[in-house]
Design a protein around this ligand. Sequence first.
Ligand SMILES: [Cu+2]
Length: 143
Amino acid sequence: MRFRAVTALATAFAAAALLSGCMLLARPPKDLDYSRTRASEGGHYRATIRPQGDSLPQGRLHRWTLHLETAAGAPVDSAAVTVDGGMPQHGHGLPTQPRVTRALGGGDHLVEGMKFNMGGWWVVKFRVRATDGADSLVFNLKV
Ligand SMILES: [Cu+2]
């Protein structure tokens, strides 16, 4: 009897968790760095993200400019860049597959296909391969 009640409760909780998705999970860490300019993990590059219109819309495709430079501050125009990301608290990735579609000059690169389909803490990661080596840059975003 008691076991059955516990099982029923667990089932109800699991169903509620499925239905409400992210809502039941804890808040993001308090000390997150939301800077738009970050150094790469290995220290080879610095990058600045500039979302189109300077805002991070929810549920709408938009573009970013990714400014990339070496640690010494020289603009990086020739680079292979891939984009990845997701919501660490929810265990899901980006709803789209954003891509760097072209170099705009002066270290700027156009990122197309960005989309955030819900509010909360997102992480976007760029993997960069250029003359100063392979490295990655991670940005925290509040959408
Ligand atoms: Cu989510």
